[in-house]
Design a protein around this ligand. Structure first.
Ligand code: AMP
Length: 270
């Protein structure tokens, strides 16, 4: 695996790679890697000739400065995991490399209503930050295929919208959610849970299962409250638009809730 810290170096290497006719698969991450991230790399490696991964904790997508400061960083372990997973190139830029003109007065994107609901409502500015970093990364890597996790359901939709706005030809692949044995969706933020919080955190999965088996929203709320979650939202939505709909097969249930100080999100197709 080749490690790049500078955009110019990665750019030159990618240009040579493109000449060899290999397709480029890209997996963007914020590090503190777990099996969910590695599953995206495995999927990329099965279909793309070259797999590029980035590790960059993007400051512009954090609406809460404490969340940014406390975001777990495990770069040595990440490098070893990526090497073992067979990644061809790792991009590991500093903030100044991604935002040479600083992180204020940045461009805006017309994300429509998607930006104002669910995560957009509870994390103002978050998706603008996601678009800023994805714009820079995709402009640089110009992958044929982009692999993202459907754990971040709304983020996948936002990135698809960005792809459409920018008229890029990259194919976005929404990959399945990887879970711990007790059902908790893997997340870098799980590392911030205390042992008790970690045990209680599985209630999000239990609440989603209850919704899938036909329980009303109030039951899901009770399951979360019984495990001391503070809920931002529990919503059943149209899977294409994320507009709220009555529960029915093939709708999507989405939950965001705090366990202690840690905000977790998860979703499930009903
Ligand atoms: P992050 O490092 O949290 O920004 O995540 C990087 C990518 O990994 C995103 O596309 C996430 O949706 C994806 N991802 C995170 N957790 C999981 C998971 N448990 N299963 C599958 N993909 C995931």
């Amino acid at each position: 695996m080749i490690l790049f810290k500078k955009t110019g170096d990665l750019h030159r290497w990618l240009d040579q790679t493109r000449n060899s006719n290999d397709t480029i698969g890209f997996v963007p991450t914020m590090g503190a890697l777990h099996e969910g991230h590695i599953s995206l790399i495995d999927i990329s490696k099965r279909s793309a000739g070259i797999t590029v991964c980035s590790v960059f904790v993007n400051p512009t997508q954090f609406n809460d400065p404490k969340d940014y400061q406390k975001y777990p960083i495990t770069i040595e372990k990440d490098i070893a995991l990526l090497e073992a997973a067979g990644v061809d190139a790792l991009f590991l830029p500093e903030v100044g490399e991604m935002y040479p003109n600083g992180t204020t007065n940045l461009e805006r994107y017309d994300l429509g209503r998607l930006e104002t609901i669910l995560e957009g409502k509870y994390r103002p500015g978050h998706f603008r930050g996601v678009c800023r970093v994805m714009r820079r990364l995709l402009d640089l890597v110009r992958p044929d295929d982009l692999f993202m996790g459907s754990k971040d359901y709304q983020q996948c939709m936002i990135v698809q919208r960005l792809i459409q706005l920018m008229d890029w030809s990259v194919r976005l692949h929404r990959c399945p959610i990887v879970r711990e044995p007790d059902g908790l969706a893997m997340s870098s933020r799980n590392a911030r849970l205390s042992p008790d919080e970690r045990q209680r955190a599985t209630a999000i999965y239990q609440a989603l299962l209850a919704l899938r088996s036909g329980a009303p929203l109030s039951t899901a709320e009770e399951i979360l409250a019984a495990s001391r979650f503070r809920t931002d939202y529990i919503s059943i939505c149209d899977p294409e638009t994320l507009e709220p709909v009555p529960p029915s097969p093939n709708t999507v249930a989405l939950i965001a809730a705090f366990q202690g100080e840690v905000r977790l999100i998860d979703n499930m197709i009903l």
